[in-house]
Design a protein around this ligand. Structure first.
Ligand SMILES: Cc1ncc(COP(=O)(O)O)c(C=O)c1O
Length: 383
């Protein structure tokens, strides 16, 4: 298409003019105050996060991985087992290892691409202490109420990794406020970003206090060390940026949903080829990623990737390598099978989906998908 820049990023951060102007003014204020951590903007960010996640406490830290590690440390795990979906980001394994927990991988549900509740039932043992629910691509699965009840009945602590899901909700549940505690990532690709940063949300006052202590090396305000811990501060600049982003969360969600709605129209016409996360009006899906799963290997992922690349559009993924398959971890999970997540990892792609994607770009991506389907079906029929 004429006058269109290559769409080389599957996801990109977006800052409105208002955010840019306010960032310039308020970062001067931070410099003048000399308060570079734990200041006004860290507090404002925490207040905003509490409201969105509907929790009593929010503690801003340096990353979601730090938040996960703090939550796990609070549980005082000593080799006990924590259930984790096989399709997620590797840093969870790092946090589990540091916290002295044993990761137990669980397969994913083929409809929602989130943790599979029937495999959760298979994997629990008397040593299971916690379960990490990842709202994959920002999607809270329909069976969240069942999962909460299951965890309660089995005395399993439900932890949310809401890194993809800031602003997501399903019926009365808001991401970040569903489990005992949650971790939210503010990494540059996420729904809202501070450049770096993370937020721990919880209704548990003891955990909130522990998190405040942990982020400061475990030092009490009087300087006594109560818990040996790294430095997990968020800078005031990151907190400011993210605070400004959250102030425009509804605009961010509208823009992302506009893109997703356009893709939905194309996918609907080709249901025999593609599958997406089931959507209805009981949920707010922030579309961290717009996932498209190819049905039954009808299309080769390589073909669609190359076709899009020929049009200067880069497709992405929501974990092409599962936790059980990374070079760093595969020895730990040797000989274990996760059929749904393995099929998913090789058979899905993500269409570019971010807040700043224009209507022109979205239309071009839709046209490219239609064109690919047309040429693919034509070629397949010729064979
Ligand atoms: C599901 C998930 N969990 C955790 C993380 C780690 O986030 P952070 O980089 O803020 O530690 C990410 C980051 O990409 C993620 O996608």
């Amino acid at each position: 298409m004429k006058n269109l820049k290559p769409i080389t990023h599957n996801t990109l951060p977006w800052f409105s003019e208002i955010q840019k102007e306010e960032f310039a003014v308020s970062s001067r204020e931070i410099l003048d105050s000399g308060q570079l951590i734990c200041g006004k903007y860290t507090n404002l960010l925490e207040e905003k996060a509490k409201k969105v996640c509907k929790t009593n406490y929010a503690v801003a830290v340096s990353s979601a991985t730090a938040a996960i590690e703090i939550i796990l440390n609070y549980l005082e795990l000593n080799g006990e087992e924590v259930l984790v979906p096989n399709n997620t980001f590797i840093s969870t394994i790092y946090a589990l290892r540091n916290a002295g927990a044993t990761p137990i991988l669980v397969d994913i549900d083929p409809k929602t691409f989130c943790i599979d509740i029937s495999d959760v039932r298979n994997k629990i043992t008397p040593k299971t202490r916690a379960l990490i629910l990842v709202h994959i691509a920002g999607y809270i699965p329909e069976y969240v109420t069942e999962l909460k009840a299951f965890c309660k009945d089995h005395n399993i602590t439900l932890i949310e990794d809401a890194s993809h899901a800031f602003g997501a909700s399903y019926q009365n549940d808001s991401a970040g406020g569903i489990g005992f505690a949650s971790a939210i990532s503010l990494y540059p690709t996420k729904i809202v970003t501070g450049g770096t940063g993370g937020i721990l949300t919880t209704n548990d006052g003891g955990l909130a206090e522990f998190a405040l202590l942990c982020r400061a090396h475990g030092n009490s305000p009087k300087g006594m060390n109560l818990q040996v811990s790294p430095n997990w501060f968020i800078s005031e600049f990151s907190a400011l940026l993210c605070f400004l982003q959250i102030s425009e969360l509804s605009e961010i969600l509208i823009r992302r949903n506009r893109v997703a709605d356009s893709y939905d129209q194309v996918i609907k016409r080709h249901k025999q080829l593609f599958q997406t996360q089931p959507h209805d009006d009981r949920r707010v899906h922030p579309y961290y990623k717009y996932i498209v799963k190819i049905r039954d290997n009808i299309i080769k992922k390589k073909d669609i990737t190359e076709f899009f690349r020929s049009k200067n559009i880069e497709l992405g993924h929501c974990y092409e390598t599962t936790l059980s398959e990374h070079l760093s971890t595969k020895n730990i999970f040797r000989n274990q099978q996760f059929p749904n997540s393995q099929i998913f990892s090789s058979n899905h792609f993500t269409l570019p989906c971010h807040t700043g994607l224009t209507a022109k770009e979205t239309d071009f991506i839709c046209e490219t998908l239609e064109e690919f389907v047309g040429s693919h079906v034509y070629n397949a029929n010729k064979k």
